[in-house]
Design a protein around this ligand. Structure first.
Ligand code: NA7
Length: 567
């Protein structure tokens, strides 16, 4: 067999390189993993398919891309120095600023030298005999790693729509999640956007300003609320800097991993007039304030419908054309069961004469043609077509390459009826393989950076435990995994999240097993479960001692004590 070395030297087989930790992905989770495990003295290697750090924020450069959590929450908390050195300019940062922050962190901590960019991992295979993972990349490199960290992110495999003829389109086809690095001009062009989730909404309100004509192909309308973004003053940032420790502590102990107001008030515990006032106040204050107005909006369908009706009313007030307004009003699923979107002028955009809503529920797309999009009623000719059609969320990245665990078991096989894991962190049958923000954790329902930090810290503690005890492998028991899956399932049954066809439940990918593989108990509870799993000598895990005479990676801990090996 011939392989290509990293330096492009064809026909020279590359000898495997022995490392302690392979880290797949250089978004927030992967970056923190690189930093943390390096500081522990481990030999690490990161791999990233993109050309640089940033994950989702590296790829999603489309106009209007912006975080929908406050910037001060949506940032690393592990480095007080970085907190003090970085200044956010807006309450909800736009993608260029987020990417600047991510690059600042990478530079400041000198992370890039540990990461191979433009490199995809093609397989990770466990050797029971040698107690290590063999990790191969599309550049022909081979690594042997004691631990494998899948920091592959919940939204990294974009999904094209299943519409015939996509390849035929002769105009410019752009994907939101693979946006070009060069500026894109829309002036004078007839532009189409397919998809009206968070991404489509952000694109429409920007591109609508510049495009000659904009056609929005909407299948399911989303609820979107005013973001009411603001510039952050130097005084505000100075105040935040003084109180970062407290802000982080509150975030870690909240259900959403951020300092958003939460209420203990049930919807029907107050009078209709008070309810209306509270919703008006939340609408005015902006962001995700609506979600925090009452405590039962995700469990009480009737309460939820009242809030949905309130937002439909707002749509009717803004959008001048009554037919368009009706088409934009979401119906048939609970508000907040799809990701609640935040906008600055989405509904207003439809008052522009150059912007046209194509309601696919009444007039479905039949095919993409050379010239544009053909719906049942006719062809819309376009110069440019933008796909904002979502992702194979939560599981797509790990299923995209071969991950083979103990006894030749694959992740594909293990997940054929739906993603299984213990805490979203590990899987029975896959020793020494960890996930950050994995399925069955709270990813998508809480601040992804707080989850990533929690997960990497948990993994680090597990490694340190193993080093202290002289243990070579860790794996959750089948019983612990089943117990966690039962809890995830039981909690999910109470949630209205199940009532909408979204990527949360796998509804957007053909033949994907359906179900809510997210922990809906809140971030603070999730942290408690993670902490409990590390108690009592990690009793929900089995460990093995080294089968070969080789040292367990040193993690900066004291010398090994007597091991208590389960299983
Ligand atoms: P989403 O929220 O999954 O939205 C994808 C959109 O694309 C949604 O409106 C889909 O309509 C639409 N879509 C997908 N396929 C088609 C076809 N074939 N025809 C018409 N419309 C289609 O992805 P986003 O990128 O917007 O947001 C993902 C996450 O990023 C979000 O949850 C935040 O966490 C940030 P459908 O609903 O299937 O009718």
């Amino acid at each position: 067999m011939t392989t290509q070395t990293l330096h492009g030297n064809a026909n020279v087989p590359t000898p495997p390189q022995r490392i302690d930790v392979a880290i797949v992905g250089a978004g927030f989770g992967g970056m923190y993993a690189v930093y943390k495990f390096r500081e522990m003295g481990l030999k690490i290697q990161g791999f990233e398919a993109g050309g640089d750090v940033g994950g989702v924020w590296y790829w999603n450069r489309y106009p209007g891309a912006r975080v929908d959590l406050p910037s001060i929450d949506y940032s690393f908390s592990f480095s007080p120095e970085i907190e003090q050195e970085w200044t956010w300019s807006e309450q909800f940062a736009a993608q260029p600023e987020l990417l600047r922050y991510i690059n600042f962190v990478a530079d400041r901590l000198d992370l890039r030298r540990h990461i191979q960019f433009n490199t995809r991992v093609t397989s990770a295979v466990w050797s029971e005999e040698r107690q290590l993972w063999t990790v191969k990349t599309d550049r022909g490199a081979v690594y042997e790693a004691t631990y494998c960290i899948m920091a592959t992110g919940p939204l990294s495999i974009p999904k094209d729509p299943e519409i015939p003829g996509l390849e035929r389109f002769k105009g410019r086809l752009l994907r939101a999640a693979r946006w070009p690095h060069e500026p894109v001009r829309f002036e004078g062009l007839r532009v189409g956007v397919i998809g009206t989730g968070s991404t489509g909404i952000q694109i429409v309100q920007e591109v609508g300003k510049d495009a000659g004509e904009l056609f929005v192909f909407q299948r399911t309308p989303s609820f979107t609320m005013p973001m009411r973004n603001e510039d952050l003053t130097p005084e505000y940032m100075a105040e935040v800097r003084r109180h970062y420790a407290g802000i982080r502590e509150s975030a870690r102990n909240s259900a959403v991993g951020g300092v958003r107001p939460q209420s203990t008030r049930a919807f029907f515990s107050v009078t209709p007039r008070q309810r209306q006032q509270l919703l008006e106040d939340a609408w005015k204050s902006g962001g995700l304030a609506m979600l925090g107005t009452f405590c039962d909006l995700m469990t009480n369908a009737e309460a939820n419908e009242h809030v949905a009706q309130f937002v439909r009313g707002k749509i009717g007030e803004v959008v001048k054309d009554p037919v368009t307004a009706e088409q934009l009003k979401p119906r048939g699923y609970p508000i907040f069961a799809r990701r609640p979107c935040l906008d600055s002028s989405y509904y207003e955009t439809y008052n522009r004469p150059n912007v046209h809503l194509v309601d696919l529920l009444n007039d479905p797309i039949v095919e993409i043609t050379e010239k544009g999009v053909r719906t049942q009623s006719g062809e819309v000719e376009l110069d440019m077509l933008i796909l904002a059609t979502g992702y194979d969320g939560l599981t797509g990245a790990l299923l995209a390459f071969d991950v083979v665990g103990r006894d030749g078991r694959t992740v594909n096989g293990k997940w054929q009826d739906g993603a299984r894991s213990y805490l979203g962190l590990m899987m029975e049958g896959f020793p020494n393989l960890f996930m950050t923000t994995g399925p069955n954790g709270p990813a998508a329902l809480a601040n992804i950076i707080r989850i990533s930090e929690n997960d990497v810290d948990w993994i680090a503690a597990a490694m340190q435990h193993m080093q202290r005890q002289g243990l070579a492998t860790i794996e959750p028991t089948a019983q612990a995994e089943q117990g966690w899956m039962d809890l995830v399932y039981t909690l999910s049954q109470r949630s209205l999240l199940l009532k909408a066809k979204t990527w949360y439940v796998g509804a957007n990918v053909k033949d994907k097993p359906q179900g809510l593989t997210l922990f809906t108990g809140g971030f603070a509870k999730y942290r408690e479960h993670c902490a409990a799993a590390a108690q009592d000598g990690y009793r929900n895990f089995t460990f093995q001692r080294p089968t070969l005479a080789r040292p367990v990676p040193h993690t900066g801990q004291e010398a090994p004590a007597e091991a208590a090996v389960a299983g």
